[in-house]
Design a protein around this ligand. Structure first.
Ligand code: CTP
Ligand code: ZN
Length: 152
């Protein structure tokens, strides 16, 4: 029998298979913080995952994510799945995918990079390595290792 740790939702988004310990970062990315929320949000941390291991789950009711939020989640949690729930059914299921070019969601660590000089230039990175995740700035070539700390 299926064990339900948190209630199923009627409509909204379930971000599943988040690596254990990363749920709070996902909440920050989708704009949930101490300023309060305008949708019902439930969080399950350190729940057993199929097979071995542990995962976190975030459920946001009556809201779908925008593509930038999904790309940010792919940076911290390449294994996550995004489930769109409509009328209690899983209407769509997507595995997040690391984009080939990362635009406008990560800040360059180089203070003299053009993207940090108040010019109207959106940040842009290519993937240098996936595991561990390392990016390279398209403009100044600076390599970025602590990607999660630089999510905008
Ligand atoms: N879910 C939910 N409310 C619903 C339907 C599903 O909160 N009305 C949640 C489930 O609890 C699960 C996720 O959405 O965390 C995906 O549901 P489902 O595809 O049914 O689960 P699995 O088959 O276990 O998913 P996967 O194969 O991606 O592990
Ligand atoms: Zn740069």
């Amino acid at each position: 029998m299926k064990e339900l740790k948190i209630q199923p939702i009627k409509n909204g988004t379930v971000i599943d298979h988040i690596p254990s310990g990363m749920a709070l970062k996902v909440l920050r990315i989708i704009g949930i913080d101490e300023k309060g929320v305008d949708s019902t949000v439930s969080v399950a941390m350190h729940v057993p995952s199929k097979g071995t291991g542990w995962k976190d789950i975030v459920k946001v009711e009556d809201r779908e994510l925008d593509p930038k939020e999904v790309d940010k989640i792919s940076l911290i949690s390449p294994s996550a799945t995004i489930n769109i729930i409509r009328n209690y059914e899983v209407a769509e299921k997507h595995k997040v995918q690391l984009p080939k070019v990362i635009k406008g969601i990560v800040k360059c660590a180089n203070p003299s990079c053009i993207t940090n000089l108040n010019e109207p230039v959106e940040t842009m990175f290519t993937i240098k390595s996936k595991s561990p995740l390392k990016l390279r700035c398209h403009y100044c070539d600076r390599e970025l290792e602590d990607v999660v700390e630089h999510i905008i």
